[in-house]
Design a protein around this ligand. Structure first.
Ligand code: DAH
Length: 344
């Protein structure tokens, strides 16, 4: 029996020696130190031994078992530390590494332009209209009638304006000028407001035209408002929006709700007035329409044109943004291509 024990011990020592990781060491431990291990089987045979041999074999079995246990535990410690170190190394956090950038959304370029223009006009004394006075779904009365637009005017045609099915005289507003009469009917002069918003026109979509776009309307009504003030305000606007010394030009024009009416051009930002394809060779780019509020418009909303006068202007937000940043296709604003939007 002693021999048998020594044989098993030799085998066990070899296997402990060969064990290369925690897992294989665990297998050796189960084989030699568990309840069903060979030593325990030998112990069962001790009852057949002589009384003198029993304690000898018993203590040998205990000695070998505890020797193996000590060796396995020592090796287990070594493996455990090694594996822990490897794990720590592989999972090491480098606190000096740059963090992952979480992309932040930002304001759409058209909204940026609106904000910028609103700020400029605030600075010039204009306040933002109450949005309730500037609805996108409008009646012909405010979009056309009270703006002195004749019944047979082509702008009223379904070719140009979206009419709501089933609601007679209801349109998607074709201009932010609809806010003019609403503002003048709800407050007394002095009135000095701007009204930004979406407008709709039944256009064929192209690089230059979309059937939804944005305008900013301005209205100033008080005693003694003059064309000179109109020019002063709009020149200052151009200076602040386009930068220091951008020349402007006022051209005669016609709008039903202003008399006289003008269109304002700025010197082409692409060619500095020399003439290029963007300005069709003229050296000028149209940026807005304006004029002195027609006395008929004032009268229709109950303001006496003999006491009060006013000027109004309207500008396209897309157009102003395109001119400032040399953007050549209006559709870029609407198709949400991040490559475009990220540039602003
Ligand atoms: N509503 C005009 C348009 O959409 C722009 C405009 C021109 C507005 C002259 C005005 C103005 O207030 O005085 O083309």
């Amino acid at each position: 029996m002693e021999n048998k024990i020594q044989e098993i011990r030799t085998l066990a020592l070899q296997e402990i020696e060969q064990a290369s990781d925690l897992k294989s060491l665990e297998d050796v431990k189960n084989k030699y130190l568990s309840r069903n291990c060979e030593f325990n089987n030998l112990k069962k045979g001790m009852k057949d031994l002589t009384p003198e041999m029993r304690p000898v074999i018993g203590s040998l079995l205990n000695k070998v078992s505890s020797e193996l246990e000590t060796l396995i535990n020592e090796k287990n410690d070594i493996f455990y530390k090694k594996e822990l170190n490897e794990k720590l190394l592989s999972e090491k956090i480098d606190v000096t590494l740059e963090g992952e950038q979480i992309p932040l959304g930002h304001v759409h370029p058209l909204t940026q332009t609106v904000n910028e223009i609103v700020e400029i006009f605030n600075h010039l004394g204009f306040s933002l209209i109450d949005p309730a006075l500037s609805p996108e779904v409008e009646t012909e009365k405010y979009n056309f009638d009270l703006l002195n637009v004749p019944k047979e005017h082509p702008a009223r045609d379904v070719q140009d304006t979206f009419y709501c099915d089933g609601a007679k005289g209801v349109v998607l507003r074709s201009q932010t000028s609809n806010a003019q009469a609403r503002q003048m009917m709800s407050s007394k002069p002095p009135i000095k407001i701007i009204s930004p918003g979406r407008v709709y026109r039944n256009e064929n979509v192209s690089a230059r035209k979309n059937n939804l776009f944005h305008q900013i309307e301005g209205l100033y009504v008080d005693k003694n408002v003059t064309m000179a003030q109109l020019k002063g305000v709009l020149n200052e606007f151009v200076r602040l929006y386009f930068g220091e010394s951008r020349p402007t030009r006022y051209r005669n024009s016609f709008f039903p709700f202003t008399e006289p009416s003008v269109e304002i051009d700025v010197q082409c930002i692409m060619c500095q007035g020399k003439g290029c394809s963007v300005c069709s060779g003229s050296g000028w780019l149209e940026i807005l329409g304006a004029g002195m509020v027609d006395p008929n418009v004032l009268r229709d909303v109950g303001i006496d044109p003999n006491v009060y006068s006013g000027f109004a202007f309207g500008m396209g937000v897309e157009r102003l943004t395109m001119l400032k940043y040399a953007i050549d296709d209006i559709r870029l604003f609407f198709n949400n291509d991040e490559r475009f939007l990220k540039q602003f």
